[in-house]
Write a protein that binds this ligand. Structure first.
Ligand SMILES: Nc1ncnc2c1ncn2[C@@H]1O[C@H](COP(=O)(O)OP(=O)(O)OP(=O)(O)O)[C@@H](O)[C@H]1O
Ligand SMILES: [Mg+2]
Length: 268
């Protein structure tokens, strides 16, 4: 009778530990090198991430760089603008070296003024009804599906929220938007405008529990200078640092450097 090949090593009677293969998750690199290093390669694909910060902290620039870097990799990207007109955004983008107008012309980067869309859909009242929200979700869904969108930004949920009366409606909208985008394998950033007080990542306070991740931007005063600072507060599905990084908006894009400790700093 042939003998069985030895399969188990170690003391008899002891069950061997299973081989631990690293679980590979598909990531969406933001294209902002230092941020990808913090995120161990990028945002887990299909995640919905809140980019939260007070005025002028770089939320729109970071979101647009994420889309443009994606478009350059062949991932079609969609920017839904609630506050700023797309023509003005494109004009501002011209000062960044990473932006090429051809991305707009060949449809790799799609920019949509949401107020124009809602006007076309016939939302004539300031306050959006349940039916309006349904129609808006369906419109975004159709855009994502027909154009094959892999990265999306909504700038901002705060501005859209001014037209949504109840917190439950915002929660429901974001939950369903997140589900829909995740099914489409589309990674998204949702911009949230916050006032300088700390401890909250959105105006209404419902968004932070629903999203998969939070990237917080704020201003900090140090030795007479105002610095922009970035912190990854949460990111489901990946290990990451929660340290503060100083953020610089430069013509070649966003740069991050470790925020040196010491001195007196006050966050805004
Ligand atoms: N090309 C550029 N180079 C360097 N800095 C820039 C450039 N464009 C904008 N900025 C700086 O970035 C700031 C605002 O950036 P951005 O619009 O991304 O911030 P935001 O957080 O979206 O602001 P808001 O709250 O007004 O929407 C500007 O006030 C300006 O100081
Ligand atoms: Mg902005």
């Amino acid at each position: 009778m042939p003998s069985l090949p030895p399969t188990v090593s170690g003391p008899p009677g002891q069950v061997p530990a299973p081989t631990m293969l690293p679980l590979r998750i598909d990531r969406c690199p933001t294209g902002i090198e230092a941020l990808d290093a913090i995120l161990d390669g990028g945002i887990p694909r299909g995640n919905m991430v809140l980019v939260s910060g007070s005025v002028g902290t770089g939320k729109t620039t970071l979101s647009l760089e994420f889309l443009i870097r994606g478009a350059e990799r062949g991932e079609r990207s969609l920017f839904l603008s609630v506050t700023e007109a797309k023509d003005k955004l494109v004009q501002n983008l011209s000062s960044f070296e990473f932006f090429r107008r051809e991305l707009l012309e060949d449809g790799s980067l799609v920019m949509v003024d949401l107020p124009v869309v809602t006007a076309k859909l016939g939302f004539d009242r300031d306050e959006l009804t349940h039916e309006d929200m349904e129609l808006l979700l369906r419109t975004i869904h159709d855009l994502v599906q027909t154009l094959g969108i892999r990265r999306m930004v909504l700038d901002s949920i705060t501005s859209l929220g001014y037209r949504i009366a109840r917190d439950e409606q915002i929660r429901d909208f974001l939950l369903r938007l997140g589900e829909m985008l995740s099914e489409a394998n589309c990674t998204s950033l949702i911009v949230s405008e916050i006032s300088p007080e700390r401890g909250r990542y959105s105006t209404r306070g419902v968004e932070e529990a629903i999203v998969d991740g939070i990237i917080l931007l704020h201003n900090t005063q140090r030795l007479g200078d105002i610095l922009r600072v970035l912190q990854v507060v949460k990111m489901r599905g990946t290990a990451h640092s929660r340290a503060l990084y100083v953020l610089e908006l430069t013509p070649i894009g966003i740069l991050l450097a470790p925020h040196l400790k010491g001195g007196r700093a006050s966050l805004e």
